[in-house]
Design a protein around this ligand. Structure first.
Ligand SMILES: NC(=O)c1ccc[n+]([C@@H]2O[C@H](COP(=O)([O-])OP(=O)(O)OC[C@H]3O[C@@H](n4cnc5c(N)ncnc54)[C@H](O)[C@@H]3O)[C@@H](O)[C@H]2O)c1
Length: 381
């Protein structure tokens, strides 16, 4: 493997922050430098293992920014605590790679980066939905192979989504943003399954339906269903946006795939293990009109055997949050989480994190997931 390469910013800083990957933009570094931090950035692109991260933390480290591809477990939080660290931030909104209760046990606040991934990730889910529905990658491959021999009435027919039924599993920030894009753009009726009611989604679709009626058009509807099974049986498109935890691991398995329509489209821009991927491969092999659009995979970066050969599956390499604006924003939020805690600031008590994205940020840590357990003060009155 060889020695890891590192880049050091502000070497004379009094606090030391370890960052396991290069992050885009400069604002995040300005934030850390202003908080008197020396920042050690690993410039290697390969994924670091726990021993390498522990070695980087060493015996003196005040804070760390890690990646969703790394497992931040008990051992690493013990290493952070032993090195004197007071803060960790994931460079992601999801934190299923972090053992938050271990971090809490070691007294370490865990940050994440919500609020800048929502529209970007929803747009990727929209892109996958239409790439699957209209067979865009198949058409692209056919063109490049020189196999397009003229327009035909039956060439690569796909699915029209206008006014069809959209199923959302997990109507949180991203699920709701995706649903709004599909409802506004394509006038789809929404059914959703979530462990909690989404007043925001229901209110939006209902008032948009009224607007359509005021224009002399048919309304759209939004219904919360009681079970995932019910949603799968009814929806023409199913998009998965829940957190990954024990309640959602293999939420979509062979039995549930069997409930879906023959021509359904299944989109996953949440986390790979929400789908039993081997079962999905088997289903797509025997259901040629069923289509899947996947941003995430169960054994990333690998795909299950057989997936790569399937024309009815569209795959992209975990690009959900991959816009420059979002990735720079995530860097700012992760740096503000670490710097804010190291400066002794309270936790930001508002969902709007835009103030943290440029210039001098507010004197707060934007998003700390174990703030309540650690009894950290909040800016919320
Ligand atoms: N592909 C990507 O690059 C990418 C980018 C951002 C986020 N994500 C993933 O998307 C997830 C959602 O992000 P978000 O910002 O919308 O989070 P969020 O917390 O706003 O929404 C998650 C929703 O899942 C719901 N949920 C929890 N348990 C459930 C269950 N058993 N069944 C159905 N719903 C359940 C929650 O109630 C919540 O409404 C993240 O946790 C992350 O894993 C992926």
């Amino acid at each position: 493997m060889g020695e890891l390469r590192w880049r050091v910013i502000n070497p004379s800083g009094n606090k030391r922050v370890v960052v396991t990957k290069e992050l885009p933009g400069d604002h995040w570094l300005e934030v850390l430098t202003s908080a008197d931090c020396r920042t050690d950035i690993c410039t290697d692109t390969r994924i670091l293992d726990a021993a390498e991260i522990a070695a980087a933390v060493g015996d003196r480290c005040d804070g760390a920014i890690g990646q969703l591809t790394e497992t931040w477990d008990e051992q690493l939080f013990a290493a952070l605590e032993a090195a004197g660290a007071k803060a960790y931030s994931n460079y992601a909104v999801g934190y299923n790679n972090v053992d938050v209760s271990a971090a809490t046990k070691h007294g370490i606040p865990v940050g994440n980066t919500p609020g800048v991934l929502t529209e970007t990730t929803a747009e990727m889910a929209v892109a996958l939905t239409f790439a699957a529905a209209r067979r865009v990658p198949e058409g692209d491959r056919l063109m490049r192979a020189g196999r397009f021999s003229g327009w035909l009435p039956t060439l690569l027919l796909g699915e029209l989504l206008w006014r069809r039924t959209l199923g959302i599993v997990g109507a949180g920030r991203i699920g709701t943003a995706y649903a709004r894009m599909m409802v506004e753009g394509h006038k789809m009726d929404v059914i959703y399954y979530d462990v909690r009611r989404s007043d925001e989604l229901e209110a939006f679709v209902t008032s948009y339906g009224r607007f359509l009626q005021s224009q002399g058009e048919a309304p759209v509807s939004c219904t919360r269903v009681e079970s995932v099974d019910e949603l799968l049986a009814e929806a023409d498109v199913v998009s998965l946006h829940p957190v990954l935890d024990q309640s959602t691991r293999h939420l979509i398995d062979a039995r549930r795939l069997g409930l879906m329509k023959e021509t359904a489209i299944l989109v996953n821009a949440s986390r790979g293990p929400v789908i039993d991927e081997a079962a999905l491969v088997a289903h797509c092999q025997t259901h040629p009109d069923f289509r899947a659009g996947l941003d995430v995979f169960e054994d990333e970066p690998s795909m299950k055997p057989g997936m790569a050969e399937l024309d009815n599956v569209i795959v992209v390499p975990h690009l959900g949050s991959a816009t420059s604006w979002t990735r720079r924003g995530m860097a700012s939020l992760a740096a503000c989480n670490v710097a804010g805690i190291l400066m002794g600031y309270p936790v930001w008590g508002d969902d709007d994190v835009r103030h943290f994205l440029e210039g001098a940020p507010p004197k707060a840590a934007p998003s700390i997931v174990n703030a309540a357990d650690l009894r950290l003060p909040s800016t919320r009155a």
